[in-house]
Design a protein around this ligand. Structure first.
Ligand SMILES: [Zn+2]
Length: 375
């Protein structure tokens, strides 16, 4: 174990305080794009902890800079937004074994592990191994956020980031490969008309159905999926549909497969455009997949995380692909890992809970990994 006795004592002696911080923060609503309240709470908390350089950026990220940060930096982040639109206090209850609250695990518990580890570094005035360490409580990870917070950090610090961690996993599932996705709204419009008098006019629904059929002719490469999730259109049973709309997405963990899917989609769209119907394509979301990442550095991060997981949770971590804040740095070749720091169930449901006895091991894990980035 890499934690000194002093660090271990700090984690254990602040268990009650961390628990109170968790139950306080978890109740603060934070829908994607409206994380203001949580952001202000976290900024004030950093300042009270003695941090010198803290700011909230345009994307609503709270950034706490440790060290000068004028050259290479390492990044630790945890997202503040939750999938629930609530603007009122989120309902929280505690039993002997569990804390229940929408968003309690994903991602409030991770934020607490990050805040508490950062405070140790602040109060002990630890010197980062590189020019600085960025502690970020970031915005916009969930669906509608479209990784806004992570994109902003990459925009501001991208080329200088050496290692990037986000804490956003549970039950030992760590994510080291980014699944990319692209989401579209496709609208088809035709002249339509009366179903009897104008019979023979083009029907938007018929074109849409045919186009969907064409989209489904592709056999996707491994690790790749696609889906038409919503379809709507038409006016009435005796009207030739003038307009039809669908939501379509594809995903992959490989860049070449993403391009292959894009090419197939583009070909379908242009084929139907050539038939003279009006087709509009709106991009609703875009998450890149893993790019050219240094495999040795990436493996080092995974080995360290796996060792810490074994030390504190007593079993091996599992690594795999997923869509997280790491998508942005991974797409730009920065070694990145999404850490898991608690056990629980029900993420993205109002019945979500975390197991109280997993909180301390999780804090130790985050502390252990973060401390290795200080001199
Ligand atoms: Zn999350």
């Amino acid at each position: 174990m890499a934690l000194s006795k002093k660090m271990m004592d700090y984690v254990c002696n602040t268990a009650q305080e961390a628990m109170e911080l968790l139950t306080t923060l978890a109740k603060i609503p934070a829908p994607s794009n409206h994380e203001e309240k949580r952001a202000e709470f976290c900024r004030d908390w950093f300042l009270k902890a003695g941090a010198k350089d803290v700011y909230i950026d345009d994307a609503l990220n709270v950034v706490c800079k440790l060290g000068e940060c004028n050259d290479e930096v390492d990044v630790f982040m945890a997202h503040s937004d939750v999938v629930f639109p609530d603007l009122e206090e989120l309902p929280l209850s505690v039993t002997e074994e569990r804390i229940c609250c929408p968003g309690i695990g994903d991602n409030t518990t991770s934020i607490i592990a990050l805040l508490m580890a950062a405070r140790y570094a602040i109060s002990e005035q630890l010197q980062p191994r590189r020019s600085g360490l960025l502690i970020v409580i970031n915005s916009g990870e969930e669906g509608l956020g479209n990784l806004k917070g992570s994109r902003k950090i990459m925009e501001d610090y991208g080329d200088r980031i050496h290692h990037f961690y986000t804490i956003d996993g549970w039950n030992g599932k760590m994510i080291n490969i980014a699944v990319g996705s692209r989401r579209f709204r496709v609208t088809i419009e035709t002249e339509g008309g009366h179903s009897y008098n104008a019979f023979g006019n083009r029907n938007a629904i018929a074109y849409m159905a045919s186009m969907i059929d064409a989209l489904y002719t592709i056999k996707p490469p491994t690790g790749t999926s696609y889906n038409v999730g919503v379809i709507q259109g038409g006016t009435s049973v005796n009207t030739i549909a003038q307009k039809a709309e669908m939501l379509y997405e594809f995903r992959s963990d490989r860049m070449d497969a993403m391009e292959q899917m894009q090419a197939h989609f583009d070909a379908c769209v242009s084929f139907y455009r050539q038939k003279g119907v009006r087709i509009e394509v709106e991009v609703l979301g875009e998450r890149p997949c893993t790019g050219d990442v240094d495999a040795v550095e990436q493996q080092k991060m995974m080995d360290k995380a796996n060792q810490a997981y074994q030390d504190y949770f007593g079993c091996e971590a599992q690594f795999g692909s997923g869509s997280t804040d790491c998508n942005i740095p991974l797409s730009r070749g920065i070694p990145s890992l999404c850490l898991a720091c608690y056990n629980g169930e029900g993420a993205h449901s109002r019945e979500e809970y975390v197991l109280i006895d997993s909180l301390l091991p999780g804090r130790k894990l985050v502390m252990d990994i973060m401390m290795s980035y200080f001199a």
